[in-house]
Write a protein that binds this ligand. Structure first.
Ligand SMILES: [Zn+2]
Ligand SMILES: [Zn+2]
Length: 86
């Protein structure tokens, strides 16, 4: 029942998914796999304060690793969190 959202959820998710999938000129849509990861990451980010240990968890989601996300996914997670911050 939220009527006063400035950014529609779908748009936020689309942008986040693009970040996860990798932005490229002319690319407007992320693949389904990245869309799902972004969805999980966005939900995590929403429920947490800025200073919680969000980064490792999101990096882990993006990488699909068990606690050992690679450097590229750390980068993406960092970008994602910055983008999701109000
Ligand atoms: Zn993708
Ligand atoms: Zn990775």
């Amino acid at each position: 029942m939220s009527t006063a959202t400035t950014t529609p959820r779908a748009a936020v998710l689309r942008e986040a998914a693009l970040t996860v999938c990798g932005r490229r000129e002319g690319k407007t849509k992320a693949c389904n796999s990245c869309l799902r990861k972004a969805d999980a990451a966005v939900q995590l980010a929403r429920g947490a304060d800025v200073n919680t240990r969000l980064l490792p968890r999101i990096a882990d989601i993006l990488c699909g690793s068990a606690g050992q996300p690679c450097a590229a996914c750390w980068d993406k997670a960092t970008t994602l969190i910055l983008e999701l911050r109000p």
